[in-house]
Design a protein around this ligand. Sequence first.
Ligand code: GLY
Length: 370
Amino acid sequence: MLQTVPVALGARSYEVVIGPDLMADAGRRILPLLRRPKVAVVTDENVADLHLQSLREGLAEAGIAMQALALPPGEATKGWPQFSRTVEWLLDQKIERNDIVVALGGGVIGDLVGFAAAVLRRGVRFVQIPTSLLAQVDSSVGGKTGINAPQGKNLIGAFHQPSLVLADTSILTSLRPRDFLAGYGEVVKYGLLGDAEFFAWLEDNGPALAAGDMETRVRAVTRSVQMKAEIVARDETEQGDRALLNLGHTFCHALESATGYSDRLLHGEGVAIGCALAFELSARLGLCSQECPSRVRAHLRAMGMKTDLADIDGDLPAAEALLELMGQDKKVVDGQLRFVLARDIGQAFVTTDVPRDQVLAVLRDALAAR
Ligand code: GLY
């Protein structure tokens, strides 16, 4: 059932290995990268409780020793204090230029540890072992690393590609259903942005996948990673096509900001709602048929996911204020909002040519339906 997806970036190329029980095999897979048989692992306290021992055993199988640092779980970790703690800990462990740092965790850990690896001794190599669905299909692949600033999310960082990604799909069984479905929002995004057949396959297989079927999980993660790898290989530093990966994210950013990046709305939930709104906007602009947003919503609903603004608990700001929040997105270029819109399911494109009134109308109607 194991799958390997290459990320073709010349001298910085690497593989993403996807499948069950990879943790037990981690040592054998990491060993070829090592100059000496030791690694430093950074994780969070929740993941450490669940998975650190299996990683320790998997590494020991190949004679690799490990030291570990467990950071507090949650988005608040992704800032300067825990970042400098991590870098100083890595220096205390005498991690050298030729050593490997392992990021074991979800997006917060992967982004923070990747950034620490990018700056430690002017750059050391790192391995991603993503433990959330979102990290397996998105954040662990492609080399975006960083931390949050008081001024906004992910504003401090670097492109630093991992040397290997091990996406152990057995780990997904330990996720809360809500976190799994939030990650699934990113999976759906890939079908919507560039592969109509994959979206149709998800319509048929999503329920089995959510219920735990391993083969469909491996297939969904693999197709998502293949699509991400292809886009990243074309446009590593987001000068063009990579922005397609932001389908749903302009709306999502405003909603996350309006809900204070809290438990009211997880990132992947915001992406799912954002995708539905992006297709709604595309239909209103006459780019795609009304059937497209209806189909997107129907699938999200069938999966029991947050689909509409009505699914977000508590108050939301008015449409004008949400539009204002979109304007604070770091993807704004020369003050112009950049949207990913679609001509059909699987046919997304990036544009700045979106009339403000139409965006407001979509938001007003979505708020009125609450
Ligand atoms: N998560 C979007 C990207 O990696 O470009």
